[in-house]
Design a protein around this ligand. Structure first.
Ligand code: AMP
Length: 615
């Protein structure tokens, strides 16, 4: 691929803290840098009083002086409910996050203006686009953008929307760990398991990838959205403050500006400790003499060890989820600035029994991998194919509130599934398809994703319409649901853009609940299914009884009516076993009647056992 063409595709790492772009050129992948050589663009937007705004380094510089009008970490808000953001972030963000009357989704309020997270992300992306265009000398309109592996449909959709607002077409949304593995060119012709350990400034993620013939599959993820370099800075900061208070007074209040200075100094010391055994600092607070502070690598390591142990526990959990042991891992890749800390490298090496890949700059590997995928999409490299998995099962509501899963959790995308359904009531002229996501048996315990109606059906007896429902999940994890009634050829569909996102922890909770509640869920579902069965048996039988040609004696009719009445009573109760027995017995009896007296069409009427959709 030539870099001179107008239809280049760039790779973008849209990070919580920093963003950057890369491209595959004649000499391989490279980062696109700013005029001054800087590669990392802080993902920060600062709004000015005159209505303008700053993005990047200039914006970050204002985060101390103008915290209320400077937006950082907006990635934590993408596609999220206000409630979720409040619960997870507390008042950590510094700027105001609100919801509007017509939507529960989180927005940012600056003065009297509201911004969606997508709009703010778009401002960051526009700056990335500008840097890329200036570096390449021509316009850029297409990109591959990375997101965390645990991002759900709505968070991916929000990322896509941000790109569109910024004037970029997101050709593909790729998982960050997958991009990191790609950057290392981990041999895609082989089978293998790769662990990506990503420790940044504010978040920790670990992903287990399985590679099979060029296909990357995220087998498991784990992590902590509030664990990273900032915590390590705080450890050093606390020790500096201790030293200051020892010098001044135990209760001295330290001015905000001084605190900020101390935080920056702490980060500087931390970075030095990645190279040296000790680091020191003189703090000038305008007293007689500056205060001297010294910290050794050993002290630093002891201070951060508990948090690093937490990351190892996450690694173990992810391995367990993926069903692999540490010695089955073929490669380990380190991502994120905090993996420069020697203790991190040593602990990861110890855990997996192999030296992790650190050859590439841990701040750049995701962008480089995104560029490689961009190159694939623009036709430069035809040997790679990327696939990921969907985190939660997808399906529709059937009569009685049962959840029929069409695409199960962990299916590889793109995925497609088709199932036949029918109606539960005679003469239905419209059918509502309610789409849900989750692992439980009843839709009331799952997340609604959307609903649509198939209208204008010619009235038909219950069970007669044949409704083919198709789920299609594209390569980015976006879902399209289509329903088609085969007799009338009526068709309707929706693209599902869920109303709010899920965090990885919530996905975990959903899966855990589904295991915990499995017994009662199955019982509840069986009751619903038996009630449906009883209803279908009764409808079919009544229809047959009404047929004039049926040679039933009055005694036979009365016997059947009695059975139907009993089925009706049992259906209203909760006794699963009794209802099951009654259904089976009645099914056998009607079958015998059908065999004895009637033709195939009537048999079919009695045997119609399709899942029914709610009316
Ligand atoms: P990221 O979010 O991936 O950009 O990572 C940023 C984090 O990496 C910040 O907390 C930095 O302080 C930290 N970091 C960058 N360089 C080093 C280093 N040499 N040693 C320790 N931490 C570092």
């Amino acid at each position: 691929m030539s870099e001179k063409t107008g239809d280049v595709v760039i790779g973008i790492d849209l990070g919580t803290t920093n963003s950057l772009a890369a491209i595959v050129g004649k000499d391989g992948p490279r980062i696109l840098t700013r005029e001054d050589g800087a590669a990392l663009i802080p993902s920060v937007v600062s709004f000015l009083d005159d209505g303008g705004h700053l993005v990047g380094e200039e914006a970050r510089a204002r985060s101390v002086t103008h915290p209320r009008s400077t937006v950082h970490s907006v990635k934590r808000l993408m596609g999220q409910h206000l409630e979720e953001v409040r619960r997870r972030e507390g008042d950590r963000l510094g700027y105001e996050v609100v919801a509007t009357e017509d939507s529960e989704l989180a927005r940012v309020r600056i003065g009297d203006k509201l911004y969606t997270p997508q709009e703010i992300s778009a401002l960051v992306l526009r700056e990335v686009k500008r840097v890329a265009e200036q570096a390449l000398g021509h316009e850029v309109e297409q990109a591959v953008i990375t997101v965390p592996a645990y991002f759900d449909d709505s968070q991916r959709q929000a990322t896509r929307d941000a790109a569109r607002i910024a004037g970029l077409q997101a050709l593909r949304i790729v998982n960050e760990p997958t991009a990191a593995a790609l950057a290392y060119g981990l041999d895609t012709s082989r089978e293998g398991t790769v662990v990506v350990y990503d420790l940044g400034g504010g978040t920790f993620d670990v992903s287990v990838l399985k590679i099979t013939q060029g296909v990357y599959k995220v087998a498991a993820t784990a992590g902590d959205t509030h664990l990273g370099g900032d915590d390590f800075d705080h450890e050093i900061m606390d020790r500096i403050l201790h030293a200051v208070r020892d010098h001044v007074s135990a209760t001295a209040t330290i001015p905000v500006e001084a605190l900020q200075q101390i935080r920056l100094s702490a980060e500087g010391l931390k970075r030095q400790l990645s190279e040296r055994q000790d680091a020191h600092l003189e703090i000038d607070l305008g007293l007689d003499e500056p205060i001297a502070f010294r910290i050794t690598r050993q002290e630093f390591e002891a201070a951060v060890r508990p948090r690093l142990d937490e990351t190892l526990a996450c690694c173990r959990a992810a391995l367990k989820d993926a069903g692999v042991t540490p010695d089955q891992v073929d490669e380990v890749v380190l991502v994120g600035g905090s993996t420069r800390i020697p203790l991190v490298r040593a602990l990861v090496e110890e855990m997996f029994g192999r030296t992790p890949h650190t050859e590439l700059d841990p701040d750049r590997v995701v962008a480089l991998g995104a560029a490689i995928q961009a190159d694939v999409l623009s036709g430069g490299n035809k040997d790679l194919l990327l696939l990921d998995v969907i985190p939660l099962s997808l399906g529709i509501e059937t009569v009685g509130g049962a959840f029929a899963k069409l695409v199960t959790r962990n299916s590889t995308v793109p995925a497609r599934a088709t199932e036949m359904f029918s109606t539960s009531v005679d003469d239905q002229t419209s059918i509502e398809i309610n789409v849900f996501q989750g692992e439980r048996e009843l839709v009331r315990d799952c997340r609604p994703l959307g609903a649509f109606k198939l209208r204008g059906l010619p009235g038909m007896p219950a069970g007669l319409p044949r409704v083919e429902v198709t789920f299609l999940v594209d390569a980015d994890g976006v879902l399209t649901v289509k329903a088609r009634e085969q007799r009338s050829e009526l068709e309707a569909s929706i693209d599902v853009v869920p109303s709010h996102g899920l965090t990885r922890d919530e996905v975990k909770d959903i899966i855990r609940d589904s295991i915990k509640e499995a017994r009662s869920d199955f019982a509840a579902r069986e009751l619903i299914e038996l009630r449906n069965k009883a209803h279908n048996l009764a409808t079919g039988t009544r229809r047959v009884l009404a047929m004039p040609e049926m040679p039933f004696t009055d005694a036979q009719r009365k016997d059947i009516e009695d059975d139907l009445a009993r089925l009706d009573t049992l259906s209203k109760g909760e006794d699963v076993a009794a209802l099951r027995e009654a259904c089976d017995a009645f099914g056998d009896k009607t079958q015998a009647l059908a065999d004895q007296a009637i033709g195939e069409a009537i048999k079919a009427e009695l045997n119609r056992e399709q899942s029914r959709l709610p009316s």
